[in-house]
Write a protein that binds this ligand. Structure first.
Ligand code: NAP
Length: 311
């Protein structure tokens, strides 16, 4: 029997429907809506798409959004200047600097920028103060994609406590924080990466397998325990037909999409895994919409916390 599809679009819509009346209540009580400042540097097409989707969703729920665009040639000081202004703004409760920053800014630019964001407005949860609070299991603005994964598991009836969760990928934005969130929810957690020995057999011991590596269709059926829950975080735009054919057979609708558009968005998990897993997230329409929903959620939480503190 094919795996149950964990529909992120529906869950994200439910979350937005919960956030919207709280945003309206906040706006009534504070004479202003919660505000999110987004900083976009350069013209990376993927970043443009992500930011456009964030602005659209925020607008639909009544959040105020301000997009600050900086040219590709900007220096680190320019970005830090905008962050400083948003930190001081009364009207902005959340600040998001879209990554990646241009390579010309240097390898430590992102860290410098994330470190400069007021932790109370750090709706991406990347500031070291928030990372520390996450490690300690204290209330925190946690990164949006990992938060979305937990919401998706909870709202689709997946038991986390006592289960073995294997996370493939150890990035600061997905792998590590989702491992911590799962640990705090009493899963037994194993984190894998590019040097993990016998990755397939470790992955196959998972009741919940979270894959965040950035390699199209890398995780195949032998990595997956029959009946397990597979969360595919990967978002890979594939532009060569041979790779698409490895994932989708002739006659498949996604192959036809590719032939029409010249590219297709796929996850890190091979579609054939759906024949083995008990439940699986689609790409697109799985984790992606939840990342945006949790950004709105984090912005609301930041606004409510700032209002409580009389900011
Ligand atoms: P990243 O920073 O590039 O990290 C990739 C991780 O995968 C690293 O820890 C790396 O191991 C590991 N890895 C790479 N190749 C591997 C292999 N062959 N075997 C085992 N581990 C391997 O990536 P990321 O930012 O976490 O993103 C991962 C994917 O999620 C990307 O496709 C990204 O686009 C997607 N993503 C989606 C969303 C969403 O909203 N849906 C949000 C964020 C990211 P090492 O540490 O050993 O190098």
């Amino acid at each position: 029997m094919p795996a149950r599809v964990l529909d992120g679009t529906t869950v994200a819509r439910d979350i937005k429907n919960e956030v919207r009346p709280r945003i309206e209540a906040f706006a009534r009580a504070n004479d202003r809506p919660p505000g999110l400042g987004i900083v976009l540097v350069g013209d990376d097409p993927a970043s443009e798409t992500y930011v456009r989707n964030k602005l659209k969703s925020a607008g639909e729920t009544g959040l105020r959004t301000d997009l600050v665009r900086l040219p590709e040639t900007s220096g680190l000081e320019d970005v830090l200047g905008v962050v400083g202004r948003l930190n001081r703004s009364e009207d902005h409760d959340g600040i998001l600097v879209q990554s990646p920053l241009p390579a010309s800014m240097g390898p430590s630019a992102e860290q410098a920028v994330f470190d400069a964001i007021d932790p109370a407005k750090d709706v991406d949860g990347f500031h070291p103060a928030n990372v520390g609070r996450l490690v300690q299991g204290r209330p925190v603005l946690a990164p949006c994609t990992p938060l979305g994964i937990i919401e998706l598991l909870d709202r689709t009836g997946t038991v986390i406590e006592g289960r073995h969760a294997v996370v493939i990928g150890r990035s600061d934005i997905v792998g590590k924080p989702v491992a911590l969130l799962l640990l705090h929810r009493h899963a037994t957690v194993t984190v894998c990466h590019s040097r993990t020995a016998d990755l397939a057999s470790v992955a196959r011991s998972a009741d919940i397998l979270v894959v965040a590596i950035g390699r199209a269709g890398f995780v195949t059926a032998p990595f997956v325990k029959p009946g397990s829950v597979v969360i595919d975080v990967g978002m890979n735009r594939v532009e060569d037909r041979a790779t698409v054919l490895r994932l989708f057979p002739e006659g498949h609708g996604r192959l036809a999409d590719f032939d029409r558009r010249g590219s297709v968005l796929v996850g890190d998990v091979h579609p054939g895994v759906a024949d083995v897993a008990g439940a699986i997230t689609p790409v697109p329409g799985g984790v992606g919409p939840l990342t945006i929903a949790m950004l709105l959620w984090n912005t609301l939480r930041a606004a409510e916390a700032r209002a409580r503190q009389g900011a």
